[in-house]
Design a protein around this ligand. Structure first.
Ligand SMILES: [Zn+2]
Length: 250
């Protein structure tokens, strides 16, 4: 039997009493496993099969088999605040969708695991979900190897971060300065937003916790980076409409 810390990303019923669990682990990356009797056995799994829980998972695996077999788990953290506040829950759900979409199965990425754990712990400890989500998104694209070339204009090399509006070219993952932009496609991105985009990757957890992002930058980056991630994942976020309806007070 093997043991791993695991964050549960997804849990779906399977046949009458089983569940198929997708989870993220530091050593094995994203893995899927079947929990026999998982829909009934509170004894072996407790609430540990619910999405957004942090557990110590005991499992068996075999070569050439897609699904591992989950035997039992011990709870580490169940994130009560996230479960009880709808905006936090939607944001945590969004985090799991980003991780699930950006990282392939069975590819270890301890940096991405640490990021998801950090994101959920900060969400639980009361950080504002919107500012936190921007930090999370930027770190996630870095961990997946997709951080855009946002340090300088792709055409003339002018450094970003000063005054004036640059353009963000989503498909290329590059930017154009005001002088080089000739009216083609591209989203407006201010120097302030570029400064955050360029700064976040180099910050450790403490630095990230201290970083304050102004509301206009949070708003601007919300559209740009979320779309950029979606472009790389190639699908819509299920959490998107949920979060939008909360914001509109629906
Ligand atoms: Zn330029």
């Amino acid at each position: 039997m093997k043991i791993t810390p695991a964050l549960v990303l997804k849990s779906v019923p399977w046949q009458e009493t089983d569940r198929v669990i997708t989870m993220f682990t530091p050593e094995y990356g994203k893995i899927r496993g079947i929990a026999r009797g998982g829909s009934r056995s509170r004894k072996r799994f407790g609430a540990g099969l619910d999405p957004l829980t942090y557990v110590q998972m005991h499992f068996r695996s075999w070569e050439n088999q897609d699904l591992i077999r989950l035997e039992f788990c011990e709870p580490i953290e169940s994130f009560h605040l996230i479960r009880n506040e709808v905006l936090r829950f939607g944001t945590g759900f969004y985090f799991t969708e980003i991780i699930s979409g950006l990282f392939p199965e069975r590819e270890a990425n301890p940096e991405a695991f640490a990021l998801l754990l950090w994101g959920l712990q900060r969400l639980e400890s009361g950080d504002h979900p919107d500012g936190l989500a921007r930090k999370f998104e930027i770190k996630a694209i870095g961990a997946a190897g997709y951080h855009p070339k946002s340090g300088s204009c792709r055409s003339c090399g002018k450094e970003s971060g000063g005054k004036g509006n640059f353009r963000f070219l989503m498909e290329a993952g590059e930017i154009l300065c005001p002088g080089c932009y000739n009216g083609s496609s591209g989203q407006v991105i201010t120097g302030e937003s570029l400064a955050i985009l360029n700064r976040v990757p180099s910050l450790g957890w403490e630095g990230l916790n201290r970083l304050r992002i102004s509301p206009p930058v949070i708003e601007e980056l919300r559209g740009i980076i979320s779309n950029y991630i979606r472009y790389h994942i190639g699908g819509e976020f299920r959490s998107k409409h949920f979060l939008e309806s909360i914001r509109q007070g629906g």
